[in-house]
Design a protein around this ligand. Structure first.
Ligand code: SF4
Ligand code: SF4
Length: 717
């Protein structure tokens, strides 16, 4: 990847007493090193991508320290990496995006949780839930509960988050249980400072090799009959040990309020939003000191019954602020109080929304309801007016709109190589009829929006080919699965290709080979073009991805017999190849590799290089496309076939034509799709290709002069 984390990597080296300033997720990276972690692995994904990115870019320093970093093929391989901590006193950490990544890792996690660990095992979970989420709305807590894992949900303050990482490793060792550290989107991106400690080199590492593997111990295998003992240990020893550690180290926090007769119980990650909501409702001052005492659950699994009992005892009522459904924590608190014969009324989902992100506004509404029942004299008027003003503003904006605003869905980047593939698919379906399209996770899922509206289902990362297996047999026309190269390596090769070959499936698969896992931040994969080719081809307009044929070799090796490679930008060739795949007599799996380098990555490489040449006074050529406004027929079929954000509209210069004409904005990177579409769909001949030459040489000046002279003969000024 071309993004540099050099500055952040430097901060990882800071020692005792120095100040670290930055994002929450980068503070976690520093905390891992301060904790003596021996190995780190993971699979990138928002909101935790930067954790792996900065560590991968710090590999040399980490190697000196003796820390091993692995960019894992998927979350399952990351979870399996924690197997090192089962026998050995090695502290290990892995990371991924949840809930999807946790689902992929679930098998390995169960098999890790069963025997338990010797060295501390920490799973840094990017909890991608709520208004900024990009995945299904489920919570990691359910996984922790079913596998008897420990779940930390730290209050989002950098110093506290760092402490929870350090305590998390110790907690894992004290209870022989893997620990999940859940970071919500806001916690990953919260900014702040903390005083560093020195990094700790692990005692066992590549720098300090160990002579002998651990002795054979059947009890450490997640095999029956060991598993029966493991299940008993979880309940009888490990979780009680985790609860003891939680109490001794005061991992959960109680913030006393002015009133002790009412209480709030909140997941640690929601604490900042709760304080803001209390301030808005006049129930906390500007320093966050509140009217109500608050139990902050930095450990949400397992809960400590005695802590819950002691906090609730003697209170008139308690409000549980718990995001997501079902309300596991609220139910457990109720059961705990019943067991201890404490009759404090417990509120939660009866006053707060069952589903969705607990924003300040949502929490404030619940707090207002709670306070009006139990604090009728509290000064809620201002807070209620604030809530009402938000509602009024929202209603006013809606009322002003004659009709709802058009949706502005995410888009392919300008010049993306995946856009032309969907243009070709659209053209094919116009001629051949619609086909069932199994879509996948990745940038190509943007094709599910206008103008392509392509894709019937998305079942998971790399799962498209597998997800059409039940559809293919009932369709008169072949089905199409689309996946990216990231999805292919993550899961698609085995779940999709291997299965389709083994079952003799008759289906078509497009693999969008752009060279990176682009949607997660253009991280590199095994089929990424190598650095030498990148260095030698900066100024070339051709795709670089053909320089790495790992996917092609793998497909041939596994037995794919119908395989075509097509340049992504060649719309006509892609349409023809798709047509062949849908009509050929060949009965098995047909794979089309659409080859075109991720434009975002390419521009990151090319732009600084071009700027350097410009500055040095050297000749550079940039290709741009344009629309001749006199020729444009105004039917906008080019826009419906492209969706490129730089292909836009402007008023027609002809006063006799009311329809706007198409225009190409400045952002055009000259990918060539406009010309390809015009040719493949036989559009009006209004597109032209231009070259912007900087620092022209004498030949350029001579050619320009001659052109100008000829044109001025026909178009006198
Ligand atoms: S990141 Fe790359 S693959 Fe993704 S939309 Fe942008 S250009 Fe296309
Ligand atoms: S050539 Fe067309 S599709 Fe490509 S970047 Fe320019 S305007 Fe967009």
């Amino acid at each position: 990847m071309e993004i540099s984390f050099a500055r952040e990597a430097q901060m990882l080296r800071r020692g005792q007493g120095e100040l670290f300033h930055g994002e929450g997720i980068l503070a976690i990276a520093k905390a891992l090193l301060q904790s003596g972690v021996a190995y780190v692995g993971g699979y990138q994904g928002a909101p935790v991508s930067h954790l792996m990115d900065v560590l991968v870019q710090s590999k040399d320093y980490l190697a000196d320290l003796g820390v091993r970093v692995e960019a894992c093929a998927n979350e399952a391989s990351a979870a399996a990496m924690l197997g090192a901590s089962i026998h050995y006193p090695l502290r290990g950490a892995v990371t991924w995006k949840s809930i999807v990544g946790t689902n992929v890792a679930a098998d390995a996690l169960s098999n890790l949780a069963s025997p338990g660990v010797t060295g501390g095992a920490l799973i840094v979970i990017g909890e991608d839930y709520g208004e900024g989420a990009s995945v299904i709305q489920e919570r990691t807590l359910a996984i922790a509960l079913k596998s008897s894992l420990i779940l930390l949900d730290p209050r989002p303050e950098l110093g506290h988050m760092v402490r929870m990482v350090e305590e998390g490793f110790a907690l894992s060792e004290a209870s022989n249980t893997p620990v999940m550290l859940q970071l919500r989107i806001r916690a990953c991106h919260v900014r702040g400072s903390f005083a560093c400690k020195d990094n700790v080199a692990p005692a066992m590492s590549a720098n300090h090799l160990t002579e002998a593997p651990a002795p054979f111990d059947y009890e450490r295998l997640s095999h029956p009959p060991s598993t029966f003992r493991h299940e008993r240990l979880k309940g009888a020893e490990r979780l009680p040990a985790a609860r003891r550690f939680t109490v001794e180290r005061r991992l959960n926090e109680v913030f006393a309020g002015r009133r002790e007769d009412l209480g709030l119980v909140v997941q640690g990650g929601l604490y900042n939003s709760l304080v803001r909501a209390l301030q808005q409702m006049g129930l906390a001052d500007e320093f966050g000191d509140g009217a109500l005492s608050t139990l902050v659950l930095n450990v949400t699994c397992p809960l400590v019954p005695e802590e819950i009992r002691d906090f609730c005892l003697g209170k008139r009522a308690v409000l549980v602020v718990e995001e997501g459904q079902p309300e596991f924590i609220e139910q457990e608190i109720m059961a705990t109080l019943r067991r201890h014969d404490v009759n404090t009324p417990v509120h939660g989902k009866d006053l707060l929304a069952m589903a969705g992100e607990y924003t300040v506004e949502v929490i404030a509404q619940g707090v207002a309801e709670f306070a009006s029942r139990y604090l009728p004299d509290s000064p809620l008027a201002e807070g209620r007016a604030w809530l009402a003003a938000i509602a009024t503003r929202r209603a006013a904006v809606l009322a002003q709109l004659a009709k709802p605003l058009p949706a502005r869905p995410p888009q392919f980047c300008v010049g993306c190589p995946e856009r032309p593939v969907f243009a070709a698919l659209k053209l094919l379906q116009q001629d051949m009829g619609r086909v069932h399209i199994a879509a996948d996770i990745g940038c190509h899922s943007f094709a599910s929006f206008e103008p392509f509206s392509s894709g019937h289902t998305i079942l998971g990362y790399g799962m498209s080919l597998a997800s059409r297996a039940g559809v293919s047999p009932v369709m008169s026309r072949r089905t199409l699965a689309i996946m990216g190269d990231g999805g292919f390596w993550h899961n698609g090769l085995l779940s999709g290709v291997q299965s389709a070959l083994f079952n003799g499936d008759d289906a078509v698969l497009i693999i969008l080979k752009n060279g990176y896992t682009s949607a997660t931040g253009t991280q590199e994969i095994i089929s990424t073009p190598d650095e030498n080719h990148k260095a030698h081809a900066r100024d070339k307009h051709e795709s670089l991805v053909h320089t790495n044929v790992a996917i092609e070799r793998t497909l041939k090796g596994i037995g794919v017999r119908w395989l075509r490679t097509v340049d992504s930008y060649s719309v006509d060739a892609m349409r023809a190849t798709l047509e062949e795949a849908f009509t050929t007599e060949f009965p098995g799996l047909k794979v089309i590799i659409a080859e075109g380098e991720c434009q975002l990555e390419r521009q990151r490489r090319v732009k600084p290089w071009m700027a350097g040449l410009d500055k040095a006074g050297k000749r550079t050529v940039r290709v741009k496309y344009g629309v001749d406004e006199d020729t444009c027929s105004g039917d906008h079929s080019c826009i419906r076939l492209s969706g490129c954000p730089t292909l836009s509209l402007k008023a027609s210069p002809d006063p006799l034509r009311v329809d706007p004409v198409a225009t190409v904005l400045d952002g055009c990177v000259g990918c060539g799709l406009c010309g390809e579409n015009a040719h493949a769909a036989t559009l009006c001949p209004s597109f032209y290709r231009g070259e912007v030459i900087r620092n022209p040489n004498w030949r350029d000046r001579l050619a320009a002069g001659m052109r100008h002279a000829v044109l001025s003969l026909f178009q006198p000024a």
